[in-house]
Design a protein around this ligand. Sequence first.
Ligand SMILES: Cc1cc2nc3c(=O)[nH]c(=O)nc-3n(C[C@H](O)[C@H](O)[C@H](O)COP(=O)(O)OP(=O)(O)OC[C@H]3O[C@@H](n4cnc5c(N)ncnc54)[C@H](O)[C@@H]3O)c2cc1C
Length: 398
Amino acid sequence: MNITYAALLEQIKAYHPGKYNATRNYTNGAVTNWSPYISRGLLSPVLVMEQLKTKHNKQEWIGFMQQMAWREYFQRVWQQKGNLILQDLKSAQAKVVLEALPIPMSEGNTGIQALDKAIHHLYAHGLMHNHVRMYISMLHSNIFKAAWLPGAKWMYANLLDHDPAANFLSWQWVAGTFSSKQYIANQENINKYTNTKQLGTFLDREYEYLQTSIFDQSDTIQSNHSGKWPDQLDQAFEIDTMAILKNIEKTNQSKIFDKKTVLPNQPFCIYNSFNLDPLWHADESMNRVLLLEPNHFEHLPVTEKVLQFIVDLAITNIPGFQIFVGNFEDLFQHIETISMSDKNITSEKSNAIIYSKEHPTTQHYQGIQEARDWLFPEVNGYYPSFFGYWKKCERYLK
Ligand SMILES: Cc1cc2nc3c(=O)[nH]c(=O)nc-3n(C[C@H](O)[C@H](O)[C@H](O)COP(=O)(O)OP(=O)(O)OC[C@H]3O[C@@H](n4cnc5c(N)ncnc54)[C@H](O)[C@@H]3O)c2cc1C
């Protein structure tokens, strides 16, 4: 999935959005796989839409725009609600029987072939189709009745496109804690959209019998279709972030921040896992630092594979950058020391110029925070539902 920015622009130029809306729910539909680049801040949603608009008419791009607006909607909710997106947002999740990730999910052994295949594909490639994400989260939260957060954290950790807003709020939407009802799909629906023909599974029921065929009246699982139904003793999903960061430092040693190579008296551009914009201050002389903060990754862990993907994208697209593994405060101290010695200052603050981009994960950075790209900069604040938000956005559609 590592790619040059130029190659990505070629993909965008060649893409035809006309079939997107009618086919996007099918696993072989006309989806783009651009979310790892959009989520990593390599590709601007504004640039994508500008490109599509120059070649195609509104009827062809509007469905695509609406999905891009879902992404932006989730970003706005995150901006307003902060870490509350990690808790039941509108109402409590109904009837939770398990507080951990069910083993059949983590092992890709649920008994539903299309979903098991998708889980193994996620482990191998860090990608998963949107509709399959919905099926897996509904199986986890609404059929296995596991609390949505451990499942959401597990999926997040393995996705190249991991984004707290899109991920946690989608999980909440499926679990009914950020929507009016839980999302349910049966085997027939899964077969239709994943091009499979599996029959006789525990999901192979009419919708009205789906719940009762799995749970009895006391909410105990009564089906024996799957060998390993969730067990109260299932372990929480855990990732050793500190060990992963150490390995990343080891693997990418030549890129690790070295005070001696800092350009004297030049500003600093701080990149992170949500900002790998190759066009950002591109023509200026800058010290470019990819900041990997242990505090952030302890809070929202990702796998080593995913972290290395971030580093590889930076290596391919951001010339002359260095990696700093540490929290912003540690980097800031280094910058202060370096720039004070450059200017021969001994007592005052150095006034080094530090640029970053505005984002919920950069609020503790010091320096100048520049705006991110928004498709609908005018539509901000909290909207309880996407459709209220979209109605407002439509006014600004050209
Ligand atoms: C349970 C669950 C978890 C999810 N977690 C994430 C996540 O961590 N990061 C993430 O970027 N998306 C997430 N999504 C949204 C969506 O699944 C992905 O954005 C999409 O699958 C990306 O594939 P694509 O680039 O081919 O999208 P396309 O269908 O080609 O769409 C183009 C772009 O529009 C945006 N987009 C499309 N659909 C959605 C959507 N439903 N919600 C938000 N944005 C959308 C994405 O930026 C995507 O790249 C999640 C959805 C669900 C149901």
